[in-house]
Structures are given as C-alpha cells and as structure tokens.
Design a protein around this ligand. Structure first.
Ligand code: COA
Length: 336
C-alpha cells in the first residue's frame, strides 16, 4: 500500500535564551508563577537590532530546519515537489512563508502553500501531505512549522498572561511516498469557529480601512488575546478526544503507542491528558520547559528532538496531537 512516510526531520531555534527571571525583570511576574502554571523555565527569542528587526526572518528559520530534514532524508532540495508551511505569523501580510522558503532553498518552482491553523498547523500539514501523496499529486512533500512570537508579545503587565508562554523556533519534516506499512496511518482534524475570538490577534484587519489604526495599537489589539481558562478547559478535553478518535481510526489502543508527541502548550495540559489516557509519562514527549509554546513549530521541533534522542525505532507507533486558536484540534497516527 502507498503511504506517506516521514523520512527526515530537523529543527532550529535561536541561540538567545530568555529565562523566567529575565521576564520578571521587565514585567510583574515570577519564575514560580510561570513554572507552576505552565512548566516553562525558559524560551528562545530571536535577537533584534537597534531598529527592532529580528536577526533572521521566519522563512529563514524554516529554511534552517528544512535543510536539516532534507539532509536527514538523504534527498536533494530539488526532489521536493510541494512545500506546506504552517505558521500563524507569516513574515509579511501576504504572500505566505511557503514561497519565501521555496526561494531560500532553491526548490525550482515546487508548489508552496501556507496553513494558518496556529498550534494545530503541523497536524493539519501532515494530514495534507498524506493526502497529496496518497492521491498521487506529489511524491515528496516538505512540511514546516515555524513561528516568530517574540515580536508580537505585549511586554507590559497588560500582556503578561500571554507573553510568558510563547517562544520562537522552527521544525521540519520530509514526507515521502513509500510502499509498505510505514507512514501516516490516520489523521483527524476539527475546528469550532465560535471560539475564534477566545484566542486570537485581531489586527491588522482586512475589514477596516487602513487595516491598523493608532487606536487599535493603543488598545493593544495587534497583540494576541487569550481567554486562558477557557482555552485550558477545551484543550484538555479536545486533546484526549482527538487521541481516542485517531487511535480508533487506526484500530489500535493507547498501549500500542510508543510515543505521544503533544503540541507543547502547557505542561499542566499535557499532564492532564496523560492522566486521562492512563499512560506512563515517559511515553509522552515534553520539552516545554526549554522552549515554551512555539505554536506550529512545537510538534516538528519535538519530533526532531525525539529522533535525535533515539526515542523512535522503526515500526513504533507515534501520535502527534494538537489544540489551538480557532479553536482547531487534531491528531496523526504514524508508524515510524
Ligand atoms: N505572572 C503573574 N501573575 C499573572 C501572570 C503572570 N505572567 N499572568 C496572569 N497573572 C495573574 C492574573 O492577573 C490573575 O490575577 P488575579 O487573580 O489577581 O486576577 C491570576 O494570575 C490568574 O491566575 P489563575 O486564574 O490561577 O491563572 P490560570 O490558572 O488560569 O493560569 C494560564 C493561567 C494562562 C497559565 C492558564 O489559563 C493556561 O495555561 N491556559 C491555557 C494556555 C494555553 O495553553 N494556550 C495555548 C493553547 S494552544
């Protein structure tokens, strides 16, 4: 049977480490509050020059991750037929980051598209890659998740509930057509737009002349807004539902899964889901203490780290699962 198999992974994070104490020096927060509520101890943020411009672009971060994934897959950049770039923060309003990545890597007019599904973007991206491959549209797909969060955070006391959670980074996976039983076995994707404004960044908006006004900036409407408690409640429920659904679809049980790779939203969410599943915590990947929430980048970074750490053996079952702004949620079941 033709399947979409992940044949290479890679990731890149900025070298600048921002600790909870670094944040507490700027805003009214503390290492204890952040660690207790989220499990985050530090995150990586891009450095900025005197004008406030980041050291590299989001697409350049994605390119660093993608080059590692392409090398690990043992292919040439020209073999990539389709780019799927998941980000909630494209470098410019339009076009998306996929085309910038195509140019940076010299992919020679490969197809490129962006997925704007926030924390769930990479899960949607893997499902899309699976569809592209099994329908015969492409044989080699590069799926990237990358985010620059640090330039969009309100680093005043007003924004402290959101600012302490997020980090910058990028991860990538090469997905290729393979005969056999290795690859993506099943995916589930969901959304519930009635909650779109419970976790969102409003401005710039296409529906207002000028798209962003001084009043909007003064009110902080260009910064992310999050109803933290509501997000927490929905996330714990939807993570568990998505895992159960994708396992059912694949005809396997939680005990069959070697490693769960949840979107790194919050250690308390991960712990709640682990308890609901009744699996040992060693089978649930976590790196949130070091990177915070990198939204679309969190799963591909975690996947690449799991591979580097030798935590995945050929034939293992892996579940990737995410919940985020939209609300959107979903999961992939993969035979490694
Ligand atoms: N440092 C210190 N205090 C902070 C703070 C910070 N960074 N941010 C908020 N607070 C304060 C609030 O002002 C509030 O104070 P008050 O009680 O005096 O009004 C209090 O802390 C809120 O505490 P609590 O209600 O216990 O917060 P919480 O348990 O809901 O935790 C989150 C807050 C954001 C950590 C939690 O809601 C959460 O994890 N939500 C989901 C976030 C997430 O995963 N988002 C991404 C999904 S993909």
């Amino acid at each position: 049977m033709l399947r979409a198999a992940i044949t290479g992974t890679g990731f890149w994070v900025p070298s600048r480490v921002v600790t909870n104490d670094d944040l507490a020096a700027r805003i009214d927060t503390s290492d204890a509050w952040i660690t207790e509520r989220s499990g985050i101890r530090e995150r990586r943020w891009l450095t900025r020059d005197a004008e406030g411009n980041t050291e590299i672009t989001g697409a350049e971060m994605g390119a660093h991750a993608a080059r590692e994934a392409i090398a690990a897959a043992g292919i040439a950049p020209g073999d990539v037929e389709q780019v799927i770039y998941a980000t909630l923060n494209p470098d410019v309003f339009f076009p998306g980051n996929g085309v910038f990545l195509e140019h940076l890597l010299g992919l020679g007019t490969a197809g490129a598209m962006d997925i704007r599904n926030q924390c769930t973007g990479f899960v949607y991206g893997l499902a899309a890659a699976d569809g592209f491959i099994r329908s015969g549209l492409a044989r080699t797909v590069l799926v990237v998740g990358g985010e620059i969060q640090s330039t969009a955070l309100d680093l005043t006391d007003r924004g402290r509930d959101v600012a302490v959670l997020f980090g910058d980074g990028a991860g990538a996976a090469v997905v290729q057509a393979r005969e056999g039983n290795r690859g993506i076995l099943a995916s589930v994707l969901h959304s519930q737009g009635r909650y779109a404004r419970e976790l969102f960044a409003e401005a710039p908006v296409a529906t207002a002349t000028g798209r962003i006004t001084p009043a909007m900036i003064a009110e902080g409407r260009h910064f992310p807004y999050m109803n933290g408690k509501l997000v927490f409640q929905h996330a714990t429920r939807r993570f568990a539902e998505a895992i159960a659904e994708v396992l059912r679809k694949g005809g396997v049980t939680p005990d069959d899964v070697a490693l769960f790779i949840p979107h790194q939203a919050n250690q308390r969410i991960t712990d709640a889901v682990t308890a609901r599943l009744g699996v040992q915590p060693e089978r649930v990947f976590s790196n949130i203490a070091r990177y915070g929430n990198t939204t679309a980048a969190s799963i591909p970074i975690a996947l690449a780290e799991a591979v580097r750490e030798g935590r995945l053996a050929s034939g293992d079952l892996v579940v990737t699962v995410a919940f985020g702004s939209g609300f959107t949620w979903g999961a992939n079941l993969i035979r490694w």
